[in-house]
Design a protein around this ligand. Sequence first.
Ligand code: SIN
Length: 527
Amino acid sequence: MSGGWETAPVGWETGADLVVVGGGIAGLTAARTAAARGLRVLTVSKASCTDTATQYAQGGIAVVGPDLDDSIESHVADTCVAGAGLCDEAAVRSIVSGGRAAIASLEAVGASFDRGADGSPARTREGGHSVRRIIHAGGDATGAEVQRTLDAVVPAVHFDTTALRVLTTDGEVAGLLVRGPGGVGVVRCPTVLLATGGLGQLFSCSTNPAGATADGIALALDAGARVADLEFVQFHPTVLFAAGSTGRRPLISEALRGEGARLVDVTGRAFMAAVHPLGDLAPRDVVSRAIAELLHVSGGEHVLLDARGVEGVRDRFPTVTASCLEAGIDPATDLIPVAPAAHYSCGGIVTDTSGRTSVPGLLAAGEAARTGLHGANRLASNSLLEGLVVGERAALVAAERAGRAVDITDVALPTYRRIDRAVLQRTMTADVGVVRDAAGLAEAHRVLAHGVVSEPPVDARAVEDAALTAAAEVIVLAAAHRRESRGCHTRRDFPEREPAQLRSLHIERDLDGNLAIVNDEVMTGAR
Ligand code: SIN
């Protein structure tokens, strides 16, 4: 979104203490916490019904248990190692320390996690974790249980409602412009929380739902907030492969490898042991890169996951089993074809660990935000943890701001600059995927320069396309600037980690609406 303001045809107006944009774990946790404190909360979602990344999450929630072999410091260390030097260690410690209380509060409203024979929470392991610390629900249906719990306790979500613009007065949030079933309207409020999820729809194949279109990134940039670390798009190594398929693809949980599954190439050769000391349980960026490079050399399209040795695989992993069976594959007897696909945006809108952005009153949480927890590569199962902890804290910030007078002086719609979705996905997949180089990034930059500009009103799809285009521009700018390989960002032309680039790139729009790298934040989480 940029430039060319036009007065919006506002048809209705209402007020709230907090507007939450998004219906996943971070947004609904904030909404329920704020409502419990007596705030007037309005939660909007552009979807027609619940369809969030949260509900598809499988592996679980990383949370330190009472066992002596685990500790907050061990979880902090694993997170910082996976984050390849770009984690904010203080933020990591703060969020990881909030895990147990956040889970207890979710259980108090009805969430039920799997238990072992002794009645204590069952824990599994995933890539990059030094111990079994990941709790889960319904075997591999953790996100579905979290979503079910929150849907039941959060006051009604306003579906089919698209956020068009965060309204600010003198640089501070004064409201949100939305379009819902009743047309374009304004919600006057001192606090807006962007919990819009990720950007997986930038790529041809993703584990993300159809709504993962970077909406929060575009809204935040438009409102003057900063984004960072967006070059670090995490590709999950094991997504169910089917020739020619695009869109949302079923995840084959990393927890399968935690329970003994092994990656092999199409000749049956196990290849991860030679790549990393943790073998199949190496951090996710390492595994995705190993597969991408193997496929680059062989010209193949997938590798195989051998889960035949996983005890009771069908019962322990019912979601994975259902997806496989639908594709005619029985994980108990067959090898599963898998390939990397876009999974998670490690970067996002720059916030502190309570969701505060650089714009007073504008908060962000969950995948849309960048707290410094993930650095250059998110550790498995840290995302639901972050959504719970920061979502709850964001509600407390909203409570502090409730009652502030808001004065809306300017209600205007942006114009929308966008690239055709299919072209964008093809370009991002070919040139800005698991492995990048200068020539590919230059090609992506060239394609992105040819956006079409639409004047409002535009349909919801065009709003999404403009958000995807803005996010793609940020990713390409940052990826071209980062001449090194670090975490999820691999440059074939700069294969080494470069100590001088141990910093996060912060990006915002300048007064002309152009993207600019505004500062380099030297990070503290190097391990
Ligand atoms: C998985 O189950 O492999 C995904 C977990 C995550 O992305 O944290």
